[in-house]
Design a protein around this ligand. Structure first.
Ligand SMILES: [Mg+2]
Length: 353
C-alpha cells in the first residue's frame, strides 16, 4: 500500500534546438509542468506538456495539476488497478494535468514494487523503433535533413506538410529521390488540406511509397476525414481529432477506415491511453504513439505504453532530440532509431532543476 503524503509542482520552459514549423504554426520552446508525488518514502515523477491540441495553457495546467495532486494527499493505493481506476474515473479532465499526475502515480507505484512500469503490465517487448519528424522548411533544407537523418540510422521519416498539396507533393518526391526506396516516409498534414487538397496530395505522391497520411483535414469533422480515408490509397490516421475512448468507439461502431494517433498528453495519460490502445488493437484499428515537445520523461511514459500493447504500434517519439537542455534525464537508451527502457524502477527518469 502507498499513501500519498505530499506533492510538488514545478513548471519548465525548454528551448528547442531548431524552430519547429507545422501547418498550424511554429514553436521555439516547449512549456511543461513537472509533478512530484511523495509516499512510502519514495517520489513519483510525472510530466505535463500542454499545447493548443491538448487544451489548457501552461499556467492553467499547473493549477489543475496542483488541484489533482492535492486531492491525492491522504489517499491510499493498494494496487496498480487503483491507479488505473483513478484515471478512468476522473471527471472534467484537463488532459495534460491528468497525464502528469497519472504518470507520477505509476512511477511511484513502480518504485514501490521495485519494477519498471511496463513490467507492471506484462509488457510484450523490450524496445520500440521511432520515426524522426522533419518540420516544415525550404525544400533544400528538408531534403538535406532527411538525408542526414537517414544516414544517422533512422529508417522512418515523418514529413510535415499541409501548406499546399502541389508543392508538398513535390517536396515528398524530392525526399524519396534523396533517401532511396528503403526508408519509410510518413506524411503529417496537421489539418492543412480540404477534401480536394488531400486527394491532390495523395495523387501527387502516388509513386513515392508513403506509408501513412496523418490528419489531412481539420479536426472535429469526422465525415470529412472519413470521406478522405475511404478514397485515399494511403492509410489515413486521425491525430488532432482523436482525444478519447468515445472517439475510438465512434471509429469502431461506424466502421471508419482510420488509424489513431494516441498521445498521452492529449488523452489524459498512460492509464487512459493503455485502455484506448488495447481496445484499438482488439478492434484491428492501427495505433500510432506520438508526442508533443516532450522531455525524456514524457517520452519514457509513451515508450512504456508501447511495450505493453499486444500489437507493435507505429512510433513517433522523437521530440526530446530537439530540446536544448532537457531537465529530465534517464528513462531509456537510444541506439540509432531504437528506444529501450532503462532497467530501473518506475519510468526510470530523474528531474534536475
Ligand atoms: Mg500529427
Amino acid at each position: 500500500m502507498v499513501e500519498i503524503t505530499g506533492f510538488e509542482v514545478d513548471h519548465t520552459t525548454i528551448a528547442r534546438k531548431e524552430t519547429f514549423q507545422i501547418a498550424t504554426g511554429s514553436s521555439t520552446e516547449s512549456h511543461g509542468v513537472i509533478i512530484k508525488l511523495r509516499g512510502d518514502g519514495l517520489e513519483g515523477l510525472g510530466a505535463c506538456c500542454p499545447n493548443s491540441v491538448t487544451g489548457g495553457d501552461p499556467a492553467e495546467v499547473e493549477e489543475r495539476a496542483r488541484e489533482l495532486a492535492g486531492d491525492l494527499v491522504g489517499k491510499e493505493f493498494f494496487s496498480v488497478r487503483d491507479i488505473l481506476d483513478h484515471a478512468m474515473e476522473a471527471e472534467n479532465v484537463c488532459a495534460p494535468a491528468l497525464a502528469g499526475v497519472d504518470q507520477a502515480l505509476l512511477d511511484l507505484w513502480g518504485k514501490h514494487e521495485g519494477e519498471p512500469v511496463h513490467r507492471l503490465f506484462a509488457s510484450y517487448r523490450d524496445r520500440l523503433t521511432t520515426d524522426i519528424t522533419l518540420g516544415m522548411g525550404s525544400p533544400d533544407h528538408v531534403v538535406k535533413k532527411a538525408q542526414g537523418r537517414a544516414a544517422e540510422g533512422f529508417g522512418s521519416l515523418k514529413i510535415k506538410v499541409g501548406a499546399d498539396p502541389v508543392t508538398d507533393a513535390e517536396l515528398v518526391r524530392s525526399v524519396r529521390d534523396a533517401v532511396g526506396p528503403a526508408v519509410e516516409i510518413r506524411c503529417d498534414v496537421n489539418q492543412g488540406y480540404d477534401f480536394e487538397g488531400a486527394l491532390e496530395f495523395v495523387q501527387g505522391v502516388q509513386n513515392s511509397g508513403i506509408s501513412i497520411l496523418e490528419q489531412p483535414v481539420p479536426a472535429g469533422d469526422w465525415d470529412l476525414i472519413r470521406a478522405v480515408a475511404e478514397v485515399s490509397p494511403v492509410p489515413v490516421f486521425v491525430d488532432e481529432g482523436f482525444h478519447s475512448l468515445e472517439d475510438l468507439k465512434r471509429i469502431i461502431t461506424q466502421g471508419m477506415p482510420l488509424g489513431i494517433n494516441i498521445k498521452l498528453q492529449k488523452v489524459g495519460g498512460f492509464s487512459r491511453a493503455l485502455a484506448m490502445g488495447s481496445a484499438a488493437v482488439e478492434a484491428g484499428i492501427p495505433v500510432m504513439l506520438g508526442c508533443y515537445g516532450e522531455t525524456r520523461m514524457g517520452i519514457a511514459a509513451a515508450l512504456h505504453l508501447g511495450l505493453c500493447l499486444e500489437q507493435f504500434p507505429l512510433v513517433d517519439l522523437d521530440s526530446f532530440l530537439n530540446l536544448d537542455g532537457d531537465p529530465t534525464t534517464g528513462g531509456f537508451d537510444i541506439d540509432r532509431d531504437t528506444l529501450s527502457p532503462l532497467k530501473k524502477d518506475g519510468f526510470g527518469c530523474d528531474f534536475h532543476q
